[in-house]
Design a protein around this ligand. Sequence first.
Ligand code: FMN
Length: 189
Amino acid sequence: MRKDFGNETVVTPLPVLIIATYDENGMPNAMNAAWGCQSNYHEVIFHLSSHKTTDNLQLKKAFTLSFADRKNLLIADYFGVESGYKVNKIEKAGVHTVKSKFVDAPIIEEFPLTLECKVTEISKTASGEFRVIGDVVNMSADETILDSQGKIDLSKLEPISYDSAKHCYRVLGGIVGQAFHDGLKIKNM
Ligand SMILES: Cc1cc2nc3c(=O)[nH]c(=O)nc-3n(C[C@H](O)[C@H](O)[C@H](O)COP(=O)(O)O)c2cc1C
């Protein structure tokens, strides 16, 4: 038996993306966004309501995108429950930023994996919200999440996912198979 939910939408896993930007005074800000994903080899897309972040994105045409991890879960959620219009969230969260070498946007040092992006498109949807597309100019990672070959090791990062069915965060688990490989067992039967 299957149960119908109408257009209620649960997509899994949803990422927990931390979008960091500068405002007109060079003050860094960060927000939490789950409605986003990679849309091409070097491209990301997300859907945002009107926020301090969207003002900054329109102004600076640049942002960084970090992946919330188990260690920084509280800070990541905080970035999603307070507005940068009211408070300096970076200061209140006690995190540290440096300017990206590649784009006019801050890197939050506490988040180990970060994409540095230029806005290539920012458009308003029919509902008055924003669709933002970014070109990834650089990816930087703290050495604590690299393996012995110098590659990104997501098991060291422990990224979290937003569970929109239960409104909670889940940690992404271990390796359970090999992509472009395991299905060959059926293909070659
Ligand atoms: C788990 C989570 C996911 C969120 N995803 C989005 C999203 O995809 N788009 C959006 O516009 N707001 C999203 N928000 C809300 C913003 O992060 C929130 O409104 C924030 O205060 C905006 O910050 P700013 O005004 O400093 O830019 C999310 C919040 C949480 C906690």
